[in-house]
Write a protein that binds this ligand. Structure first.
Ligand SMILES: Nc1nc2c(c(=O)[nH]1)N[C@H]1C(S)=C(S)[C@@H](COP(=O)(O)O)O[C@H]1N2
Ligand SMILES: [Mo]
Length: 403
């Protein structure tokens, strides 16, 4: 039996995968789109992570009240848009996976390792992120920490990848470069013996088919964004076909993230002797529901903006945190520790920086959209503060401790 000649095999494969649309220019154009959506997604993600795991220097903007609704809507939307862009970019380069020999030098090996790391971490990040928006956590690791650290791995490998490909990126950055023969760029120097376009591509410059391909990818991405972003942006609400949450649904026209039954708090929350404990300077005072209702009531228009991307503006009514703190003689500028009736779990304890406590829009809400809070929205009392992730808008309050 004759042993196959790897060089010939590579050439044959290159011809087999040749497509007039595959070219370095195409890869660069897709890379720009992907780079933009990854960057925006990363920065909005950092903001979200900072709000939930604040470093000592973290800033907590409370205005505009929809700031987190906007940034997290953008985060989830750019994440979703990155999926077709990444797949298209992978399609544009995957014949390169078949180059022979797989590693030619130390630099080449490092380059390929960084790309492998980038692809693996990006695919993992985008799929787990997408699955997360459907409120499904079918994995044993904590989502938020993994999502956060994976983002840094992606950035490290991406910077390395951009550094390595810089000559090719600059050569094909401007449109003019498409007139050049496909794959003449330096980065595809690997391409001398492993071009990712073959004879067919050389015969036709492929400018039009490339344009058609890019238009297709762009249109597909736009269609995906338009049919999902309605979970975050109300003006796209009517076009929301695929996102898991629809605006205006659920009790009191607000979606429910986790029901009282799921949180196992229905009994405690309905108890007739429920009271909110406010702890200040070692003394604690209990406020019954009637006592809370007897304090001045304030109405605020504030959104619930879930980290999973959906959000909903609503009308809340209750006691301002400032008034509640005033009632126990605590200064408004206080950091707080808030607990929920939930017996255990991540939602039981919530820290509230002073920026939110002193904001006159932060409420211990008793009503939602003109009626007593539904049990699933946190009856008898919940927190609603401007500009915070939904996960920190604690439902079924038990206590507020002044720190
Ligand atoms: N105690 C408690 N508070 C909670 C939750 C929870 O599960 N338990 N879910 C949080 C999350 S993730 C969100 S997005 C909001 C959703 O509020 P809603 O269910 O009233 O829309 O409540 C937050 N407050
Ligand atoms: Mo949430």
């Amino acid at each position: 039996m004759q042993r196959p000649d790897p060089q010939r095999l590579t050439k044959a494969l290159a011809a087999r995968f040749a497509s007039p649309t595959r070219s370095t220019r195409l890869t660069v154009v897709l890379g720009r789109w992907l780079g933009l959506s990854f960057t925006v997604c990363f920065l909005t993600g950092l903001f979200s992570h900072g709000l939930q795991n604040p470093p000592s220097w973290m800033f907590f903007p409370t205005s505009p009240v929809w700031i987190y609704q906007l940034t997290q809507g953008i985060h989830v939307t750019t994440g979703i848009a990155s999926i077709p862009l990444l797949l298209a970019k992978l399609w544009s380069v995957y014949p390169e996976l078949l180059t022979w020999p797989p590693v030619k030098s130390v630099t080449h090996g490092l380059e390929r390792a960084s790309i492998a790391l980038f692809i693996a971490s990006s695919l993992l990040q985008l799929t787990t992120g997408l699955i997360n928006t459907y409120k499904w956590y079918p994995w044993p690791f904590p989502f938020r920490e993994t999502h956060y650290w994976l983002a840094w791995v992606i950035w490290g490998s991406l910077l390395l990848h951009i550094g390595v490909k810089l000559p090719s990126i600059t050569a094909h950055w401007r449109k003019r470069s498409i007139e050049a023969p496909p794959l003449a760029g330096p980065a595809v120097s690997a391409g001398a013996d492993a071009p990712h376009t073959g004879p067919a591509a050389t015969a036709t410059p492929g400018r039009w088919s490339r344009r058609a391909f890019l238009t297709g990818v762009g249109a597909g991405t736009a269609a995906l964004v338009i049919t999902t972003a309605g979970q975050s942006f109300s003006w796209l609400g009517p076009l929301n076909l695929f996102a898991p949450r629809k605006m205006g649904t659920g009790p009191q026209s607000v979606p429910v993230n986790r029901t009282a039954a799921d949180a196992k708090v229905a009994g405690l929350a309905r108890a007739g002797d429920w009271s909110l404990t406010v702890i200040h300077h070692g003394t604690s005072r209990k406020f019954s529901l009637a006592e809370l209702r007897a304090l001045p009531q304030t109405s605020q228009e504030l959104p619930i903006a879930c980290v999973e991307g959906w959000s909903q503006m609503a009308q809340w009514r209750g006691v301002t945190m400032r008034d509640l703190l005033g009632a126990v003689g605590a200064p408004p500028d206080s950091a707080l520790r808030v607990t929920s009736l939930e017996p255990e779990g991540a939602y039981r304890l919530m820290s509230m920086p002073a920026e939110y406590a002193r904001d006159e829009r932060t409420l211990v809400a008793l009503e939602l959209n003109g009626a007593v809070l539904d049990l699933d929205h946190g009856y008898p009392a919940r927190i609603i503060a401007p500009g915070r992730p939904g996960v920190l808008q604690t439902k079924w309050l038990e206590s507020v401790e002044v720190l």
